[in-house]
Design a protein around this ligand. Structure first.
Ligand code: HEC
Ligand code: HEC
Ligand code: HEC
Length: 469
């Protein structure tokens, strides 16, 4: 499985709980269950899951495609050779908070240490205890990450100096349900901003646009500030429903967000969800051009006119003959989302005319939803929409997505979604910028300039030496 996306070692383990086996057993059991809760809230297995059959939740190997090459998630089970079994607590803390690994050297921010740097020592201790004693060792050896020059691990020292900022962990012990606790849950654990905050040219989060929407791999993580172009129209109850169940009347969580709800958010204690909602509400609203929200008046559809075929006859689609968005919609989608897109009364099949995926300016999530469907299991309850990648070709997906957005979504003047869009998005849509294009020549020029400066300084010093007093 591949995620495409838009992140001095002490020998003695001094005071770690583990090195004091004399401590009461109860303390360890308590730390293990607290650590498991921290691992769930930090959603470690979203990336560290070994996706081979029967693989460990922390066995690693996931390929994260970045604009400069693939980065593989580590084995963080207590295996001494392939995992982190030989690490002291201090080494673990340095990896989590400074991005410094005793075995790999500097970590790439594909590992969100820029978020975990805000974790409290208490939570880090519990997490360490859980990973070391509550998890089975796995001998899985993930592929080695090798990024091209100048994106070498040492370069991350400079990156960290510029972009690794700690907001502090005071919120860890703030009152239940408070904004401060919510900030801690969002920043130190759930790392919402690693997906929802736009990044600058150096791939660092642009904190002045906190949570205002960003692309993560092929998906677009929308603006979740309280602006009207964000989720300003959502009630607290609707936000709570989305975070805990993965859907509400405005939106449905597919892709990485579906997984975040399934594996992490749906398992948070209710008071932490309350805190998250309070925190999101406290953020400055950021206005973005991402279209969303409109008066809701779906146009009636003359089904007979657009549908000479029967409902949901996928066989007639597979041959790729129809390029008519309205016809494709009636055949592939109307059975569940209704002829005019209003969904079912019980809302298990969403009203597309008010769905954020349909209304976003970025066509990415709509294309991916049609191609891959929605697959989410929250608290044993399955939500599924089939993916149509086998039944529809790229031109059909483009025509269908355009119809859904322009006619059902009512965004008649929004640009058509093209075959090129579909190819780009389904192909991974890794965004390049000037840095990824010019990094190598720039770094070489930088080294040459540096060498000239060193030579000049050297010759000055020499000249000074020969000048007699
Ligand atoms: C968004 C994906 C992602 C999430 C979430 C994530 N990690 Fe990682 N982690 C990675 C990647 C990728 C690497 C390897 C980075 C590298 O090679 O530079 C890594 C490396 C590490 C390392 C260093 C291992 C080594 O061999 O040096 C540790 C420790 C670690 N992660 C622990 C955690 C813990 C604990 C959590 C949850 C609280 C977590 N990670 C969540 C992606 C992630
Ligand atoms: C791994 C990346 C990732 C992380 C981490 C993440 N999100 Fe998301 N989020 C997404 C994506 C992608 C979508 C769009 C999903 C879709 O439309 O199916 C999304 C959608 C949402 C939406 C719906 C917005 C709308 O207008 O439809 C909300 C609200 C949201 N996320 C809140 C959060 C919060 C709060 C956190 C942290 C607790 C968080 N997300 C963490 C990627 C992420
Ligand atoms: C078998 C029933 C079924 C069919 C057929 C179906 N859907 Fe869905 N669709 C669903 C369900 C269920 C959801 C998710 C509801 C939830 O999250 O609670 C969904 C969600 C969506 C969403 C919101 C996804 C998100 O991440 O925000 C969109 C957009 C969508 N469908 C469009 C379509 C289109 C276009 C078609 C035709 C190609 C289609 N659906 C066919 C059942 C279906």
């Amino acid at each position: 499985m591949v995620i495409k996306s838009a992140y001095g070692f002490a020998l003695a383990a001094a005071l770690s709980v583990l090195t004091l086996p004399a401590l009461a057993q109860d303390n360890d059991t308590d730390a293990i269950s607290r650590g498991r809760a921290v691992a769930t809230a930090g959603d470690c297995s979203a990336c560290h899951q070994d996706h081979r059959p029967g693989g460990s939740a922390f066995g690693g190997g996931l390929e994260i495609v970045s604009p400069v090459g693939s980065i593989y998630a580590s084995n963080i089970t207590p295996d001494k050779q392939h995992g982190i079994g030989a690490w002291t607590f201090e080494q673990f803390r340095d990896a989590m908070t400074k991005g410094e690994s005793p075995t790999k050297g500097m970590l790439y921010p594909a590992m969100p240490y820029t978020a975990y740097t805000n974790m409290s020592d208490d939570d880090l201790h519990a997490l360490y205890t859980y990973l070391m004693t509550g998890v089975q060792p796995s001998d899985h050896e993930p592929p080695v990450t090798e990024l091209p020059f100048p994106f070498v691990r040492q370069a991350m020292h400079a990156w960290n100096l510029l972009f690794l900022h700690t907001a502090g962990s005071a919120g860890a012990t703030a009152p239940a349900g408070s904004v401060a606790r919510g900030q801690y849950v969002a920043q130190a654990l759930e790392h919402c901003s690693t997906c929802h905050t736009p990044r600058n040219d150096f791939f660092a989060e642009n904190t002045s646009k906190l949570l205002s929407g960003a692309q993560v791999g092929s998906w677009f993580a929308p603006n979740i500030t309280s602006d009207k172009t964000g989720i300003g129209a959502w009630s607290d109850e609707e936000l709570t429903q989305f975070l805990t169940q993965g859907h509400n009347d405005h939106a449905s969580a597919g892709g990485d967000m579906g997984l975040a709800v399934q594996r992490s958010l749906s398992r948070l204690p209710p008071e932490d969800i309350r805190a998250l909602v309070a925190y999101l509400r406290s953020l400055p609203p950021v206005s973005t051009p991402h279209a969303a929200g409109r008066a809701h008046a779906p146009a009636p559809v003359d089904v007979a006119a657009v549908e000479p075929q029967q409902h949901f006859d996928i066989a007639t689609l597979a041959n790729g003959s129809s390029r008519d968005g309205a016809q494709l919609y009636q055949s592939a989608c109307a059975a569940c989302h209704a002829a005019n897109g209003t969904g079912t009364v019980d809302k298990t099949h969403p009203d597309l005319a008010s769905n954020s995926t349909v209304l976003l300016a970025s066509p990415n999530n709509l294309i991916l939803t049609i191609a891959e469907g929605v697959h989410r299991t929250v608290n044993g309850q399955k939500t599924a929409m089939p993916g149509f990648s086998a039944d529809l070709n790229n031109a059909q997906i483009a025509a269908l997505a355009t119809y859904v957005r322009q006619t059902i979504g009512g965004l008649a003047s929004s640009p058509a979604i093209t075959v090129e869009d579909v190819v780009r998005v389904r192909g991974g849509d890794v965004q390049q910028n000037w840095l990824t294009h010019y990094a190598k020549p720039l770094a070489i020029v930088g080294l040459i300039v540096l060498a000239i400066i060193v030579l000049l300084i050297g010759s000055r010093l020499k000249r000074r030496k020969v000048i007699p007093n």
